[in-house]
Write a protein that binds this ligand. Sequence first.
Ligand SMILES: Nc1nc2c(ncn2[C@@H]2O[C@H](COP(=O)(O)OP(=O)(O)OP(=O)(O)O)[C@@H](O)[C@H]2O)c(=O)[nH]1
Ligand SMILES: [Zn+2]
Length: 358
Amino acid sequence: MNNKKIESYGYTDFYKRQVEELTTSDRSLIPARVIEVHREQYKIATEFGEKTARLKGSLFYNGEFNNEYPVVGDFVLVQQNLYGEDVIYHVLKRKSKFSRIDSFNEIEQVIATNFDYVFVMTSLNHDFNIRRLERYLTIAWQSGAMPIIILTKIDLCKDYVIQKSQIEQIAAEVHIIAVSSYTGEGLDEVREYIKPFQTIVFLGSSGVGKSSLVNAIAGEEIMKVNSIREDDSKGRHTTTHRQLVMLGNGTMIIDTPGMRELGMWDVSEGLDTTFTDIEELSRNCKFADCNHENEPGCAVKKALANGDLTSERWKNYIKLKKEAKFAEWKESVGTRLKKKAHHKNIAKFQREYYKNKK
Ligand SMILES: Nc1nc2c(ncn2[C@@H]2O[C@H](COP(=O)(O)OP(=O)(O)OP(=O)(O)O)[C@@H](O)[C@H]2O)c(=O)[nH]1
Ligand SMILES: [Zn+2]
């Protein structure tokens, strides 16, 4: 990934406009994309190649970055340093993101940002679990990017008519692609999304076949496939593990460890998109604030009774709603903590102000 225009990394007008609108815009700052995050050091891609970078110290200590620390996928503004590390001054607003709750600190932890497609992956063997898929789909919608459902390992099953119809019930508007990385079936359909300037993330359990799919599409080993480890292949597959990889044709793939343990943060927005049928049903209830319990004229109860809505789907909806509430609660805690941190900063500024006055 060397000496490419920043636009090749997906830097679009959405980000350019933000830079134009920055009042304190320092003309010497240049845009960069974060491709790896280490404890305090970042690897970034700029039009001058890959560099390492650090956060601007004073902004860092003043809490200026707050919950907006750069993560993989972010576009940032940096001050170039010809003799050492570049310095990150600013994180641009994200067009999509995945985050989870850091339950220890009760704050939102952003995992990956600025991707265009979420490949929601599930294999068709005994692991197939429509509820989990529903959950992933909800997270995917909520991220702000477009989900594509990928059914993997179709060479292992005779047919998948049942699974497909189950999926169509929960994801009417989502493109469903069935693939086998072994036989190559379905890969052309996946390639429709493997386009320059685009960034893709994968959502799916371990072993679902993410790495195999990437490698099959790229025609080379980009990601490590677990069971296949040739001891004599030292030096042959030298692709180091990166968190944002650019394929030969310019498509970017984000693969961070965090994606593997992605939990629920706030699913309430995504819920409505995944469960549009239920949202529509409830609009037909006699009472606008119907709880769908014992109210008369409840359209949801009616649909449950006549089989238009399965009780399984209903139960799952309730469950996710509860989790969404929980997530909202968590978020309010997060905001409170953020405010607290802000007050701390104000106090610090005050102290410094008076100190300087003396
Ligand atoms: N039969 C069959 N097996 C596959 C296919 N794709 C992957 N596998 C196998 O499934 C296992 C897991 O594949 P990976 O590509 O490493 O899966 P992953 O999702 O990247 O797994 P993690 O790295 O643990 O997240 C390996 O043994 C693969 O060989 C496929 O299309 N068909
Ligand atoms: Zn109702």
